[in-house]
Design a protein around this ligand. Structure first.
Ligand code: ADP
Ligand code: MG
Length: 288
């Protein structure tokens, strides 16, 4: 965290990219069969620092506030109290320095793949010729060469998600915010998207905050995994993932199994939703 010396000169730690300080989020919710509003604490005392070029994964049961937190980093939602900084600057709204990839693809159905990828570049008023060069580079990067003139409905779920990633990368954000981006694709496609994302991350050196429901996905991708608990949404523990990279074949290692077991236990404590997590990761079928 930043220190302020007596003469209020900030001592900035150059390795910090995103710093969340004492975040609380309280929603006013209507009770069933009542007009009365009650307060619901969705996030409680979240303190989190994401380092430059770090791949940080947040895992936790549904409803623990993962999306709420990511929306705040995106500038689309605001904390009830607390602040989030990016490079020392308070985040007050959305901007092109943060790219977002969501679960539901959110592509423009009336735009071709190329035009989808160029969307942010148009907003940035990048001239057409340069736009075409940039979009081609990112379409190639996500292995969609040859599909430039197709439309979203002509692509599979995995391909659509790759377009969404290319679109977010094309306008060169410093931070990539990903909210369960691979949740809607089949298991095999999901693993290949994870591998592809790691390859892209190593090439582009973005800072990534990635949310998932899957313990397996979290360990495979992350430098650090933040484990959250629900009601209220709190950080339970942060775990360094010191597995070597590249991570091909790492799922079979003993250390991977140990980490999986550890995170599973953390999530299990007091939450019924864990069964969902267990099933989503096929833990029963794997040697833990
Ligand atoms: P997650 O992404 O971890 O599943 P969310 O961040 O979507 O969780 O939601 C956290 C909690 O806040 C949930 O209990 C959800 O019902 C509640 N919540 C989210 N958005 C709102 C809202 N706009 N109004 C009231 N409650 C909300
Ligand atoms: Mg969510």
């Amino acid at each position: 965290m930043t220190d302020f010396t007596d003469d209020t000169v900030a001592v900035h730690d150059e390795t910090e990219k995103i710093v969340a300080v004492n975040i609380n989020k309280i929603y006013k919710v209507r009770q069933k069969d009542s007009e009365k509003l009650t307060e619901f604490q969705a996030l409680k005392n979240i303190n989190l620092t994401v380092k430059k070029e770090e791949f940080l994964v947040i895992v936790g049961p549904s409803g623990c506030g993962k999306s709420t937190f990511l929306d705040m980093v995106a500038g689309l939602a605001h904390p009830t109290s607390g602040e989030i900084y990016m490079d020392e600057k308070l985040i007050t709204g959305p901007a092109l320095d943060r790219g977002i990839v969501l679960q539901g693809y959110a592509l423009f159905p009336w735009r071709s793949i190329r035009k989808n990828v160029e969307f942010g570049l148009e907003i940035k008023k990048i001239p057409r010729k340069e736009r075409t060069e940039i979009s081609q580079r990112f379409i190639d990067l996500v292995n969609l060469h040859g599909f430039e003139d197709r439309y979203p409905h002509e692509l599979s779920g995995g391909m659509k998600q790759r377009v969404a990633i290319a679109r977010a990368l094309a306008y060169d954000p410093e931070v990539l915010l990903m909210d369960e981006p691979f949740a809607a694709v089949d298991a095999q496609t999901r693993e290949s998207l994870q591998e592809e994302l790691l390859r892209i991350w190593e090439k582009t050196k973005k800072t990534i905050i990635f949310i998932t429901h899957s313990i397996d996905e979290a360990i495979f991708l992350a430098d650090r995994v933040v484990v959250m608990s629900a009601d209220p949404g709190e950080i339970k523990e942060t775990i360094n993932i010191e597995l070597p990279r590249p991570r091909d074949g790492i799922r079979a290692s003993a250390e991977f199994g140990r980490l999986r077991q550890k995170i599973w236990q953390l999530l299990q404590n007091g939450h019924a939703d864990t069964e969902e997590l267990r099933q989503s990761d096929n833990l029963n079928d794997r040697a833990v």
